[in-house]
Design a protein around this ligand. Sequence first.
Ligand code: SF4
Length: 246
Amino acid sequence: MAETAKILCPEKTVLLPDFDAGCTLADDCQPDDFQEFLDKHPDHFAISYINCSAAVKAKSDLICTSSNAVDLVKQLPKDLPILFSPDRNLGRWVERQSGRKLTLWPGRCLVHETFNEESLIKLKIKYPTAEVLAHPECQENLLDLADFIGSTSKLLNYSQKSNQDKFLVLTEPGIIHQMRLKDPLKTYIEVPGLDGCSCNECPYMRMNTLEKVYKCLKEMGPELKMDENIRAMAYKPMKKMLDMSN
Ligand code: SF4
């Protein structure tokens, strides 16, 4: 996210409270390995989910978010072969929604892969009227049990507009705080990881504590710096996404 801010606004100062606060999707898709993937499929168009490194963005043809991925894929010529990286679950969901065959990079989000059918079904039995809200980074068998699938912002909007008052939330539980702020009268239940563990909480997101944000603002650092060549190359597929989204 910090890199994306820098790619789009190079003249601005971008601070990152903890440089270890990464993402398994970015870790799973190293630039050299990604280049090999591209070399194996030279005639393919490379779409990368925004949760990847600046170096991978720089090698991509188009960036997408979980909100616009389906729409962007539908806009591409039907005979254009497509590589989709790095989240295989999001890629599979985009395939189903768009009716297009994609060649998928095998990356995954460690948080969304901890959800399991057994925990979800137990909660569905306990709360039979609750609607299941899922992020498309979840595995296919869980998405099949969802009432609504969408990006974080779409899940938030849906929970507000729905006539139901209980929701089982299949994504990083930080979103529940936002849901409660928007509509405190509804009940939001986080689906736990296997055996009720709290591995559904992203360890990277949790690294950005209030204390670190305070220190970072006070000291105006650490600051994210980026090689201008990579930034300029990564900007092109980002700009393409913005143009196609208008
Ligand atoms: S929940 Fe954490 S690991 Fe998963 S996509 Fe978000 S930042 Fe990456």
